[in-house]
Design a protein around this ligand. Structure first.
Ligand SMILES: CC(C)(COP(=O)(O)OP(=O)(O)OC[C@H]1O[C@@H](n2cnc3c(N)ncnc32)[C@H](O)[C@@H]1OP(=O)(O)O)[C@@H](O)C(=O)NCCC(=O)NCCS
Length: 440
């Protein structure tokens, strides 16, 4: 095969593989934020081409560029600098003039690049409309610990309806890190705050941050996914996270909690990262999702507290037999738990009686908030698979109040004599549980 046809085949394969993503993203709202460093960086023209491509594929885009280096440059030209107190910038009159100017320059630059349509360029024949405006209402940050932050502000409100109209018309919305107040003032806002607030107000499908720094764990490896709670923990634990990234992470968690399904944090130095993140299976950045992480696994000693908390009300109600912490610690390896976003929401125990070819299924419990969603069934399937793998031919269960649940899942009433002798000797006649057996 010639070189040319091989690369064509590869291209065709790649293009076909990306089609599910193209269909999935069409019509969706993505908010994309990047720093002023990206705007003045070498790869910016490529990034703008990628933005144009996303627009062409029917993605409704809101761009929120930062302008930090440009503001600093303006201030330096004026022989001034911006005071930072407790990690927050104080925007005085000179700084505000620089903020307005720098944001204006950034905006014009992006609009110019998005207007390109030269033949033989990646944007040949493209006509992209960009809209900007007073979509973000701001309020002053005010005086904190005696420090007046002057024209530094916070987002008060986002005019989601007007933004939606703009996006519906096929335009790209371009919102700088600025906000206006009903008093007619302009406030300096962080682009990450604006992006987070806009994504939340629009109920965006994705919020994407292109950052200067990667989100890494203690060993410098990129963290591939997190839920908001883990973001909070990371921010509380690690004090050396660069300011830019910690603001992004904070906003990512807030937006996620406010209903934004997915927040991507991507390294902006990586050419084409936007395209590869959105149209291929190999995500290279950090994905923050509100969807709780749920896993069924063998219990560990750290789960003892969670299991006790889960089963205590069911023990009090007499549905489950009481277990002490000590017993649970000893038997922890017999337990399977369902962990959801860090909490134990279901459990079950399996006690093999190998000599009899049987095992007891016990302590089946699903947290009341998570019932009626098939978790009990899933747990039972998991336990049955574990038991089969151990060469166990049948499961038995002793139940007082949940007999029908087991019967409906293939367990059959059996006399106490069918229990392994060791278990029969422990049978609590006062409790009077019924015995059910299921052949595996
Ligand atoms: C039994 C239990 C584990 C089921 O958990 P779950 O995640 O809701 O289970 P699923 O979603 O797979 O099944 C739900 C079905 O079981 C039924 N069910 C729940 N408890 C039942 C009971 N005591 N008797 C009969 N059926 C019952 C529900 O009504 C539902 O069926 P439906 O949708 O047809 O009405 C849960 O209700 C529980 O923790 N109960 C308290 C502890 C207990 O009784 N454990 C067993 C003792 S060993």
């Amino acid at each position: 095969m010639s070189k040319r046809s091989k690369s064509t085949t590869e291209f065709v394969d790649w293009f076909r593989q990306s089609s599910p993503y193209i269909h999935a993203h069409r019509g969706k709202v993505f908010v994309l934020s990047f720093g002023g460093e990206a705007v003045s960086g070498d790869g910016f023209a490529n990034l703008v081409h990628d933005i144009a491509l996303l627009n062409g594929l029917g993605i409704r885009l809101v761009l929120v560029p930062g302008a930090r280096p440009q503001i600093e440059q303006q201030l330096a030209d004026r022989g001034a600098d911006m005071q930072v107190v407790n990690g927050l910038r104080v925007t005085d009159d000179a700084a505000l003039a620089s903020v307005k100017e720098a944001n204006g320059v950034v905006r014009v630059e992006i609009e110019a690049l998005l207007s390109m349509g030269l033949a033989n360029s990646p944007m040949a024949g493209v006509r992209i409309r960009v809209g900007s405006g007073n979509f973000v209402t701001a309020k002053p940050l005010g005086v904190i610990d005696g420090v007046d932050y002057r024209h530094t502000g916070e987002v008060r409100r986002v005019d989601a309806e007007a933004l939606r109209r703009l996006l519906d018309s096929g335009s790209i919305a371009l919102l700088p890190g600025l906000g206006y107040s009903p008093t007619g003032e302009v406030f300096n806002l962080s682009a990450a705050d604006v992006a987070g607030a806009v994504a939340a107000a629009l109920g965006a499908d994705k919020l994407i941050f292109l950052t200067e720094n990667k989100t890494t764990d203690g060993r410098g490896r990129v963290i591939s996914s997190m839920v908001p709670r883990e973001v909070d923990q990371l921010l509380a634990r690690r004090k050396n996270i660069p300011e830019e990234l910690s603001r992004v992470l904070h906003n990512a968690a807030v937006a996620c909690r406010a209903g934004v399904n997915r927040v991507h944090i991507l390294d902006r130095h990586h050419d084409g990262i936007l395209v590869s993140e959105l149209f291929t299976r190999d995500g290279a950045g950090t994905l923050i999702t509100a969807e709780p992480y749920e896993v069924t696994r063998t219990a560990r000693i750290e789960d003892v507290g969670g299991i006790l908390e889960l089963i205590a009300p069911m023990e009090s109600a007499g549905v489950l037999v009481k277990r002490s912490r000590e017993l649970l610690e000893q038997e922890i390896a017999q337990f399977t738990v369902v962990e959801r976003d860090g909490a134990v929401i279901a459990c079950a125990a399996l006690y093999p009686f190998a000599d009899d070819g049987l095992a007891e299924l016990a302590c089946v419990a699903v947290h009341p908030d998570y019932r009626q969603a098939g978790r009990g069934d899933a747990l039972l399937r998991h336990i049955e698979a574990t038991a089969s793998a151990l060469g166990i031919g049948g499961l038995f269960v002793l139940s007082t109040r949940t007999t029908h649940w087991f019967r409906e899942r293939g367990f059959q009433n059996a006399p106490i004599e069918r229990l392994p002798k060791r278990r029969r000797d422990l049978y609590n006649w006062r409790r009077g549980s019924k015995v059910f057996i299921k052949t595996l």
